[in-house]
Design a protein around this ligand. Sequence first.
Ligand code: GLN
Length: 487
Amino acid sequence: MKSHRSIILKIHELLETKKISCVELIKKYLDEIKKNKFNAYITVTENEALNSAALVDKKISSGQEIKLLEGIPVSLKDVISTKGIRTTCGSRMLENYVPIYNATCWEILKNNGAILLGKNNQDEFAMGASNETSFFGPVKNPYDITKVPGGSTGGGAASVVGGLAAFSIGTDTGGSLRQPASFCGIVGLKPSYGSVSRYGIIPMASSFDQAGPLTLTVKDASIVYDAISKFDEKDSSSNSQARNLTYDSLDKDISGIRIGIPKEFMNGMNSEIISSIKNVIKTYENLGAKIDYFSLPEVKYAMSIYYVLMCAEASSNLGRFDGIRYGFRPKNYNNVEDLIIRSRSEGFGDEVKRRILLGTYILSSSYTNNFYKKAQELREFLTCAFASVFEEFDIILLPTTPTTAFGFDYAEDDPIKMYLADVCTVTANEIKIPAISIPCGFDKQNLPIGVQLFAPRFREDILLNAAYKYESENFCVKIVDGVNNLY
Ligand code: GLN
């Protein structure tokens, strides 16, 4: 593992050199998944996985070359449509929904030969930061099963660090890849808005949502990002320009790189996190980076912008679930109106209902100027403010989360407390830039801490280069369970 710093490369080598057969490999993962220690999967695709693995083995034994991702076991967040495989969004509303087409990001991985192990548990419709809103029950953090794995891609993060998949694909609307990555001590990359197709990803807030990888290492994140970041004419927000691919520039010298630290995010955080972030800064200084602090008071609006616009977009997106076309439908109802009311009342959980109510209120005609329009203007303002910051800096460095993984029921009576888990992450979604969380240490309870990097939009190459250089100096991923530690 160490010499490769990539489980994808390691598995590829083991398969090519016939040290393990693909069927054997997939069986190992499936056996671990069946133990169901963390509740990380909603659906396990055992037969499909074993059939695909047999085809890979056939190819290898006939002397054909295999692609890099061929035979690599992956799990997908359950908002990602998979043809013929149920896709629940962690909700009762879609408990039995089976899509008739694949999301583009999965189609690409499938065409590259990646093997689907199953669909991961997640917060309902990707709303949450602890995976506790799932209809299918909470996910446990493999580091410490009394703690949450973060959310909303909690099952994906648990499956990577818990050795239940070599990597996973999730989505990030306000932090849902980076926050669970940080809580579980792995790498979470949210690409620029427009780089990975949203086609077939059941939307939460369409102008924020972006799919990306959860991986053990930066090299793995780079391999997966380079594969899935492609123009897609089926997604009107997909960027049609050529991508800045990342793999070839991972190891570039970063001396002279300008790194900015926003002072606003160094206050009010847990002190162990801040001291860990200060160590990261020292490491970058040793690598020759030029570090400077800056202040951007406008970031104080980031949370308000997010919760206004996200709720507005989510309420509109979730309007399609009416119990008529597809999704949950109660057995008894009196008329069409009653059918819609009961389907939505019984099909959605409390957090989803809360956001639909807030979003509907925000979009109601007498309030849109006060809330929706104002938040849009502030989003634009923040985007411009950051554009100026990026004239001075190549990378922005900040904590990923204000705390390490917390216990279950941490925000039982106070949803705002849970919303604050996103305070460091939402800005990147608002201004559509790429952001990554990488492990940088542990707190006194031995829980992982993550550091977050931002780069200008569509500069994933700079972002992953900086992340890789740090990781090379301080590799602190611990594989706590399952199959990934075989290597
Ligand atoms: N935790 C955030 C929320 O609940 C982010 C969700 C996400 O990125 N999908 O909105």
